[in-house]
Write a protein that binds this ligand. Structure first.
Ligand SMILES: Cc1cc2nc3c(=O)[nH]c(=O)nc-3n(C[C@H](O)[C@H](O)[C@H](O)COP(=O)(O)O)c2cc1C
Length: 280
């Protein structure tokens, strides 16, 4: 028998036994490897918003006292991750963004998720209404340097409805179980970003496009009715490759020196605004 793999699932729904939770559990029933599943309901954890103080980068310590370190520690200790979010008003549950902002600590080298396999899962009540949920999960995973094994959307509004008379969605869940720790390279659809597999691009004018998940740019073409993206790694991307992430970390840490050298000039810009308006 192989080594027991530790799967950590970040469930971004507050709903007990809701679609996101049962989807994670169904997928894990199909993992071919012996494994243990640890679940974190992020909405039950206290994750305070980042204060933007940069202390984590300068001192390695975040001044906020909450459950962030416990969650980040659990993710770091996993062999593979599953992230599942319901769609709330066309995006992932907001707790994802709050957690993501706290991950600035990533650049202090306190934890490293790079290379861990991940499944990004979205549940949504209605087709066409999942909005940017999948993009938000993919964007988070790419920034963290995770190895996205698959990213999929499942539809169903009521708790359990994703599997109500729905062999197609049950089948997709089973296939995902085999993909998480498999060796098969991920195959991207021809119209998706060839670097990260995302199908969300920004039109930049002409045939130029920017992939909103990995932030690399290139061109859109249409041949025989099939759209294709040609996108290459941008030299000044800040966190796509490991080296780019490292470089960005160095730049961020250098901000303290920049701030100290510009402190007087910056204060002269900001101070005149101090007494305007009334804070509620
Ligand atoms: C506040 C709120 C907003 C929602 N917004 C959307 C939406 O924009 N698009 C959509 O397809 N479903 C939306 N839904 C439905 C959920 O995404 C859907 O029921 C999902 O299956 C819930 O997953 P869960 O059971 O894991 O919580 C919304 C649900 C709530 C509670």
């Amino acid at each position: 028998m192989g080594e027991i793999k530790k799967i950590v699932a970040l469930v971004l729904s507050p709903r007990r036994l809701g679609n996101s939770e049962i989807l994670v559990k169904e997928i894990c029933r199909h993992l071919p490897q012996p494994h243990e599943l640890q679940l974190i309901r992020l909405t039950d954890k206290q994750i305070k918003p980042c204060k933007g103080c940069y202390s984590c980068l300068m001192t390695g310590k975040c001044p906020l006292d909450d459950d962030y370190a416990e969650v980040a520690g659990a993710l770091s200790g996993a062999d593979a991750l599953i992230i599942a979010t319901p769609t709330y008003f066309l995006g992932a549950n907001g707790v994802l963004k709050v957690f993501q902002d706290r991950c600035l600590q990533l650049f202090s080298g306190k934890f490293d998720l790079r290379g861990k396999p991940v499944l990004n899962l979205v549940t949504a009540g209605l087709p066409h209404e999942a909005g940017i949920s999948e993009l938000m999960l993919n964007s988070f995973s790419l920034i963290m340097g995770l190895d996205i094994r698959a990213s999929e959307i499942f539809f169903g509004a009521l708790p359990g409805e994703i599997f109500l008379d729905n062999e197609e969605q049950l089948g997709r869940a089973a296939a995902l179980g085999k993909q998480l720790l498999g060796d098969e390279p991920r195959r991207f659809k021809p119209w998706t970003c060839p670097l990260c597999g995302s199908d969300v691009v920004q039109l930049l004018g002409g045939n130029r496009v920017l992939c909103l998940a990995c932030r690399n740019d290139g061109y859109l073409s249409l041949a025989e009715g099939q759209a294709r993206l040609a996108i290459e790694i941008r030299e000044d991307n800040i966190f796509f490759t490991e080296e780019q992430t490292r470089r960005h970390g160095v730049w961020l840490k250098g901000m303290k020196e920049r701030f100290l050298s510009l402190k007087g000039e910056l204060a002269a810009i900001c101070k005149p605004y101090a007494d305007e308006g009334e804070w509620l």
